[in-house]
Design a protein around this ligand. Structure first.
Ligand code: XIL
Length: 322
């Protein structure tokens, strides 16, 4: 087969935006190749939580309906992330008790609404720095709790109470290349297990670059798997224009290098123990629409399908590694 989801023994996901569903190539590519979707933005706290009593469901509901109509699983992203606390919440000046009560209500409301439709959730996202210390800058959780990890543990419990069948993940970036961060995550997992807190998986976003060292990726991924938990490659894309150069050209030689990196990632993930494989999710569908051209550099070509939704060399490499 040359269909990604048919070849893989695990989920093949994509981050999507409902605003792009009016492009035929977009929906057709999702229907053909993918078995799972994640909201790129529409299920984050600042998209849903307008005020303590007002929830905006339009985008998330539309995404869920699309998933049901197309037999796609939905991975929920993300319940608690320092970057997506809405400003009304951050500015409210809540003490730790009020803060937690509000977040508890938010988690229960969202997870219960999509119970049985969202198979898995990123409960917490990006709580550590690469050296393993807790993120302080801009993090309202750190500023509010003496023991932030205990707070996150209770968030996992709230999500579990709302949907006991949902798989609950901790998600972060650079996990496989930053040993300090990876150790902090492993320690947190140990603590949660010892305390009986339901955590089922860990995700590494995998926003990597074409020149990342391949054996480092492999060793780091295997080390994540030493936890015994489900492993999610949760936001995969591969930066090509690493120097952010205006004169960068995505040549055939560049396409070949990208293809080899995608193949390597598919291979190292496929080699994990069967019961720990969950999904590889791409952070987008096409080079036409990628967060990197907004936040990285306009000349960027990070995904599996080109501007016209044609499969790239990267797609062939990825497929061959599955
Ligand atoms: C990004 C989205 O791609 C953007 O569209 C949005 O404006 C900001 O968030 N790590 C994550 C994702 O966990 O949620 C981020 O997504 C990319 C980095």
């Amino acid at each position: 087969t040359n269909i990604l989801k048919e070849k893989a023994s695990f989920g093949i996901g994509a981050a999507i935006k409902t605003s792009l569903m009016n492009e035929n190539g977009y929906t057709q590519t999702l229907q053909k190749h993918f078995s799972q979707i994640t909201a790129e933005w529409e299920m984050k706290m600042d998209a849903i939580w307008n005020s303590s009593t007002n929830y905006q469901w339009t985008g998330a509901d539309k995404l869920i309906d699309f998933a049901i109509n197309n037999e796609l699983d939905v991975h929920g992203h993300t319940l608690v992330w320092y970057k997506s606390f809405p400003s009304w919440f951050k500015n409210a000046g809540y003490d730790s008790i009020a803060f937690e009560n509000h977040v508890k209500t938010y988690i229960k409301t969202v997870v219960e609404r999509y119970k049985g439709r969202v198979i898995s959730w990123d409960v917490a996202n990006e709580i550590f720095n690469d050296n393993g210390s807790l993120r302080i800058t801009d993090c309202p959780v750190y500023a509010t709790f003496n023991d932030p990890i205990a707070f996150y543990g209770r968030c996992f419990q709230y999500a579990h109470e709302a949907d006991p069948d949902a798989k609950l993940f901790y998600n972060d970036y650079s996990v496989v290349i930053a040993p300090g961060k990876r150790n902090a995550i492993k320690n947190m997992v140990q603590r949660f297990k010892a305390e009986g807190i339901p955590i089922h998986g860990i995700g590494d976003q995998f926003h990597y670059r074409v020149n990342n060292d391949k054996s480092t990726l492999r060793n780091g991924l295997n080390d994540m798997a030493s936890t015994g938990l489900l492993i999610h490659i949760s936001e995969l894309d591969i930066v090509m224009n690493v120097d952010k150069s205006d004169s960068y050209v995505f040549t055939e030689a560049e396409a070949k290098k990208q293809s080899e990196m995608y193949k390597h990632i598919a291979e190292i993930y496929s080699a994990l123990p069967a019961q720990q494989k969950f999904a590889i999710s791409l952070w987008g569908v096409t080079d036409k629409h990628t967060w990197l051209t907004g936040s990285w550099h306009p000349k960027e070509y990070p995904l599996l399908f080109d501007q016209s939704y044609q499969p790239k060399e990267a797609y062939k490499g990825f497929l061959s590694g599955l």
